[in-house]
Design a protein around this ligand. Structure first.
Ligand code: BGC
Length: 751
């Protein structure tokens, strides 16, 4: 049968069409083989290929384990995520996988989120840009991605049923923009809906999300699939805009019956099934490259470079790092020998090889004495291990101590209950610090851990997250100065868990998780409310020193700005600085975070080199989501443009006056006294009615304040006047004034 013929779903019989909208097994599309549409494989994701060899999550063909997302996110480098994506795409071609299930881009709402290691950031701009690079990289090879989990999938507790209760503004400003950015800029072939409900409606049945917003507002043209087992009602899911149920639930007959009974529009079924056919047609060229082989060694190199860029140097007192060739090193901690390099659950892959820090140290030829220090289980500390570690520490110039979260401390499927490292590891740090004061801590953890209480005991700290299969080498590259640390924190490290804004509401109760902190997530909260943090969002040190100078703004439109600056490497070491641009809002009618990341650039500079960097901000970068207008709104006013190297290390702040978008909320009978008075058009009308004695205006300031917050009609009625008639007259005057100014039709929001 010809492979070139593009069939239309509507040409198939109802049963065939229904079956297309569900997989043929856990990892395959259904296809129409007799028409040249093969049921290709689709499988995890997200930081390497997990092509299952059986039903066990942990059995899969070897694939390169790139740094899990928590690590990769810290690279602040979409060009790097692109290269990782390309390599993943090539592995998919070899293994005949048409779609890799990732990346996951949900916001890290709480440090306790069980899948934080699979997600990028507490900030949607960083998450969106990093993920877009990865999606473009994979898809440049003719293989699809699946952006997941759409949407508001920010916890594991009760994950299959919980309702994420999020107000519209918070959704639009925090939880949807990363998806929106990737959809618009990278066009992922597929999107995976979330297990959870959003405001009471399952992700798989949420028509507002899957059709109105995703396809209607954002123009998405790809396929939406379910998370595994997320469909509860086939017809409802298809009606909502879900093309594909995974894995199949043997319920095609339900779909057929729904069409026959008029509960599912045939055109809608055609559209949903067509999405599956289109996906197969898109993947066909790559899937036809039989016998393709990727370069295993080259991909390991990509993993190594990605891991280097994922490491964040948090502290380096007295230049204790990098290590020098002649120094005697005590290498302590089981993680140096048994690295924790990936997370648990559906993302777990079988690496092509794993390099440990211990092996990599040995390869450097340095004088290294290893002691495991502790076991990775929760057995009490073994005194013999402590003694051995202390002996090694005492005899060394410097100690490199690997600490971290053991495998069973975090995984898909459950949230953490604490941010702390295991107590026995911290006890060991204390003891080692007494034996040798040159302690360098290397952390291995998927989700953020507390550092406040123990960091004074360390001279240097590398946050190395989970680094994938080449992580051991990458850590040694950084420790020895073969590579220069360039990672930046994609999330704030709070001083204490209790400082986090979700502390009162995460992970919710009785089936609901109420996002009560609203838009104040991560640094948006800590910075606005001036909370102390251990390390701010965007922070990271380097062996180089940099200077940012000559920051300038140029207005490129009524609500658009270009920011430019010179970034210089003022040291003798090649390195990279990550310049971050934050926007501080103008005086606003609504509460807004004190500033928000809107653009960033990782600038690689040779020793002594400098470069001019430009970043553009457009109207959306200044907007907030107005619930009253049901849309984005830019107020006129003076905005601050901040340039810095973290959310707290700002090197310049310049102001810019923006015209605003001209949108306003039309006054009506429910508008308050204050709203009428402050409105540029309504104000004079109100004034003339006050002067004419039709609208009361108390002299007592407290009563005036009380009146201010009341709807005008109520004030007049309570004062004994004919509120309705007076307000109707005022509205007539208001309409005429709007017409005279040519403003009719320009307004948004309620009448
Ligand atoms: C996870 C998804 C994953 C799918 C297939 C689900 O449990 O939530 O992220 O892609 O399983 O393994």
């Amino acid at each position: 049968m010809s492979q070139d013929r593009n069939i239309k779903a509507g040409e198939l019989d109802l049963r065939q069409e229904a079956s297309l909208t569900s997989g043929s097994d856990s990892w395959h599309l259904q296809g129409v083989p007799e028409q040249g549409y093969e049921g290709y494989m689709i499988t995890d994701g997200p930081y390497g290929l997990r092509k299952a060899t059986g039903s066990d999550v942990y059995g899969s063909v070897p694939a390169t384990c790139f740094p899990p997302t928590a690590g990769l996110a810290s690279s602040w480098n979409p060009d790097l995520t692109y290269r990782v994506g390309q390599a993943m795409g090539e592995e998919c071609i070899q293994e005949e996988v048409a779609v890799i299930l990732g990346p996951g881009i949900n916001i890290k709402r709480s440090p306790l989120g069980g899948r934080n290691f699979e997600y990028y950031s507490e900030d949607p701009v960083l998450a969106g840009h990093q993920a877009a690079g990865l999606v473009e990289g994979v898809q440049s090879k003719g293989v699809g991605t699946s952006l997941k989990h759409f949407a508001a999938n920010n916890q594991e507790t009760d994950r299959l049923r919980v309702s994420s209760d999020v107000d519209q503004r918070t959704l639009r400003e925090i939880y949807l923009p990363a998806f929106e950015y990737v959809v618009k800029h990278a066009k992922p072939w597929t999107i995976m809906c979330a297990y959870n409900k959003l405001n009471g409606v399952y992700g798989s049945e949420n028509r507002w999300l899957l059709t109105d917003v995703l396809r209607g507002e954002w123009g998405y043209e790809g396929l939406v699939m379910s998370d595994w087992g997320a469909v509860h009602d086939r017809a409802a899911a298809l009606r909502a805009g879900l093309n594909l149920e995974m894995p199949p639930s043997d319920s095609d007959q339900e779909v057929v019956q729904a069409v026959q009974a008029g509960n599912l529009d045939k055109d809608q079924l055609d559209r949903m099934a067509q999405g599956v056919l289109d996906l197969i047609a898109k993947a066909r060229p790559a899937m036809s490259q039989k016998g393709y082989r990727y370069d295993v060694g080259a991909h390991n190199q990509v993993a190594r470079q990605a891991a280097q860029e994922s490491i964040v140097m948090l502290k380096n007192e007295d230049g204790v790092l990098p290590l020098s060739a002649g120094e005697k090193i005590a290498l302590i901690g089981e993680f140096a020998r048994t690295p924790r390099y990936q997370g648990g659950g559906s993302s777990h892959i079988t690496p092509t090889k794993v390099t440990t820090a211990l092996d990599s140290f040995k390869e450097t030829g340095m004088d290294v004495d290893f002691a495991p220090g502790f076991t990775l289980d929760d057995a009490p500390q073994d005194a013999a291990l402590t003694d051995q570690a202390l002996k090694a520490a005492a005899g060394a110039d410097k100690v490199v101590l690997f600490l971290g979260l053991p495998e069973d401390a975090e995984s898909e499927g459950f949230d953490r209950t604490s941010m702390d490292l295991p107590a026995k590891q911290l006890d060991l740090l204390k003891a080692v610090g007494q034996a040798n004061d040159q302690v360098i801590v290397v952390l291995s953890n998927g989700s953020v851990v507390s550092v406040t209480d123990w960091i004074p005991q360390a001279k240097a700290v590398l946050e190395s997250w989970l680094l994938g299969q080449a992580g051991g080498q990458a850590v040694v590259d950084i420790l020895t100065g073969q590579a220069n640390p360039s990672g930046r924190l994609p999330e704030t490290i709070p001083e204490h868990l209790e400082d986090n804004p979700t502390i009162t509401s995460f992970p919710g109760e009785e089936g609901h998780s109420r996002y009560g902190e609203g838009v104040y997530v991560g640094y948006r909260y800590y910075d606005t409310f001036k909370r102390r943090v251990a390390f701010p969002f965007g922070f990271g040190l380097s062996y180089s020193t940099f200077e940012i100078s000559d920051v300038r703004l140029e207005k490129t439109g009524p609500n658009a700005v270009q920011v430019s600056m010179t970034v210089a490497n003022t040291s003798r070491v090649d390195g990279a600085q990550t310049v971050q641009v934050y926007v501080a809002p103008c005086a606003s009618k609504v509460g807004r975070p004190s500033h928000e990341l809107k653009a960033f650039a990782k600038v690689f500079l040779k020793a002594g080199q400098s470069r001019e960097v430009r970043m553009d901000l457009d109207q959306r970068d200044f907007a907030y989501w107005s619930t009253a207008m049901d849309g984005w709104h830019v107020e006129a006013g003076t905005y601050g443009i901040e340039v810095g190297t973290s959310s707290r290390d700002l090197v310049a702040r310049l102001d810019v006056d923006l015209d605003g978008d001209g949108l306003f909320i039309r006054l009506n009978s429910d508008s308050t006294m204050e709203e009428w008075r402050e409105d540029p058009i309504g104000g004079p009308i109100m004034k003339s009615h006050v002067e004419g004695g039709k609208v009361p205006m108390p002299n007592d300031p407290n009563t005036a304040k009380l009146f201010d917050s009341m709807p005008l009609v109520s004030v007049i009625t309570i004062s004994g006047g004919d509120g309705r008639r007076v307000v109707a007259d005022m509205i007539t005057d208001y309409q005429q004034a709007l017409e005279q100014k040519g403003l009719i039709g320009a307004s948004k929001g309620h009448e």
